[in-house]
Design a protein around this ligand. Structure first.
Ligand SMILES: Cc1cc2nc3c(=O)[nH]c(=O)nc-3n(C[C@H](O)[C@H](O)[C@H](O)COP(=O)(O)O)c2cc1C
Length: 441
């Protein structure tokens, strides 16, 4: 139990954060909006460990034996599937939430290591298209910035049904970030708070997803892979419905997934952890005979991926690739200590800054302010992101080789054990040192 000074006892139920929030709500009468993902502790990849090879399995030599990392996405129906060099992609983050320079840097960094980046709510910018080797174009409920010409310029299309940070909810972009350019792309008034729709305007159910997929394929000549992105909730059923509707790739975003802006109550209380969602998605794909088969449906997982260990663990659980959002922003320079004074002036600190909605980001990443944007160099940002993606890849390869795998996709649940009963039950791998998986015979 934490105490400030001996004798003062902090309530576990009404701790200082709870008290602060009650007082803030009482003073302002408005709910708390912020960016980033869930901050509460959840069962996560840290609760899993790899069983390296020893006698019963044969490890591969780090510097002499290959461990490949390439991935093909969308070979089920698309004439031109995506061929990526690494299975770590950049998640959709909107221009509006991010500055044009930040979007450019994401394209530069991803392109340098042969992976894809993704547009977001609000449309495609020329900077991003220009710098991205492989660009996935999001088709969202809001339709902000939706343009058939941009659909044709993309390398793949991602139909967004939901996000892990706010399944069942739409995005928010507060007025202070709606500049002339952002407003023009979204056909909105300048400076007025915007709420994105939470569901597609022309759908009443999953059958409409099948119609939409055909429509998008016809607009783009059946060339581009079509992804379907869902926030992790009833993942088993959602994945089955997406596959039945004709998706080439399913993206499952767990509740740790980042956001540019939404209500804190949403971020912390809706959805299921990434760890719990992956086995459900894999089970659905396996039952439909499309998991890790040629011409099958690939699974991209996101929500709290930080390290090569997370990448390798997600893949061992059955993901074909992962997507990163928050970690990519941090790699660009978000929350960097060099802006500590400016963060303090905003009532925050490096490592804690999550007010992406405010448009005051001193790092120049989650802002539309022309002056603040000068603090961010897209070439340097792209270089940093490429470095980070290389490290993630090398870390994942190190772990895969130790498990005797010559390709990252050969990692399997049998390579993993869990440290806690919760993680064991959710990830469906045995508790370390036992053969026990709670809930399974
Ligand atoms: C600043 C920011 C903006 C985002 N904008 C979008 C968006 O426009 N569309 C979308 O589908 N997801 C959006 N997301 C969610 C990401 O695509 C992704 O699902 C999430 O960031 C993955 O979790 P991670 O941040 O822990 O890596 C955004 C996330 C962040 C951090």
């Amino acid at each position: 139990m934490t105490t400030h000074t001996p004798g003062l006892r902090e309530s576990a139920t009404f701790d200082r954060d709870v008290i602060h929030e009650i007082q803030r709500a009482a003073e302002t009468g408005i709910y708390d909006i912020r960016g980033w993902g869930a901050k509460r502790r959840l069962p996560h990849f840290d609760d899993l460990l790899f069983l390296g090879a020893s006698m019963s399995r044969y490890p591969l030599e780090g510097y002499r034996e290959r461990c490949d990392t390439d991935i093909v996405l969308g070979d089920r129906h698309a004439k031109h599937p995506l061929h990526l060099d690494i299975p770590i992609t950049i998640a959709g983050m909107s221009f509006g939430a991010l500055s044009g320079r930040a979007k450019e840097a994401l394209g530069r960094g991803a392109g340098e290591v042969g992976t894809s980046t993704t547009t977001g709510d609000g449309g495609m910018t020329p900077e991003e298209r220009g710098q991205s080797k492989h660009l996935v174009y999001q088709y969202l409920p809001s339709r902000y910035g939706m343009n058939p010409d941009d659909l044709r310029k993309a390398d793949a299309i991602e139909i967004v049904l939901g996000q892990g940070a706010k399944p069942g909810g739409g995005g928010m972009l507060l007025g202070q970030k709606i500049t002339d350019r952002v407003a023009g792309m979204r056909t909105l008034p300048v400076g007025v708070d915007q709420r994105s729709a939470c569901r597609h305007p022309d759908w009443t159910g999953p059958d409409d997803l099948a119609i939409k997929i055909i429509e998008l394929r016809e607009i783009t000549g059946w060339e581009k892979p079509i992804y379907v992105k869902v926030g992790a909730t009833r993942t088993y059923y959602d994945v089955k419905l997406a596959v039945k509707a004709g998706a080439d790739v399913v993206v499952v975003d767990g509740m740790q997934g980042g956001t540019a802006a939404t209500q804190d109550v949403f971020i912390e209380h809706v959805g299921i952890p990434t760890l719990a969602a992956i086995p459900q998605a894999v089970q659905a794909l396996q039952e439909m005979g499309v998991h890790r088969t040629p011409g099958g449906v690939q699974l991209i997982v996101s929500g709290g991926i930080r390290s090569g260990a997370d990448v390798a663990k997600a893949m061992a659980l059955g993901a074909d690739a992962v997507a990163i959002g928050t970690a990519a922003l941090i790699a660009l320079g978000d929350n960097h200590p060099r802006f500590q004074k400016q963060y303090e002036a905003l009532g925050s600190s490096a490592g804690f800054y999550d007010d992406f909605q405010a448009g005051l980001d001193p790092a120049g990443i989650t802002t539309q302010d022309p002056e603040l944007q000068k603090n961010f160099d897209p070439v340097e940002g792209g270089r940093r992101l490429a470095n980070y993606l290389r490290v993630l890849t090398m870390e994942a390869q190190t772990l895969a080789r130790a498990c005797g795998k010559s390709h990252l996709r050969n990692l399997e649940p049998q390579d993993l054990v869990a440290l806690t009963i919760e993680a064991s039950a959710m990830a469906r791998v045995p508790l370390a040192g036992t053969t026990w998986i709670p809930g399974q015979l």
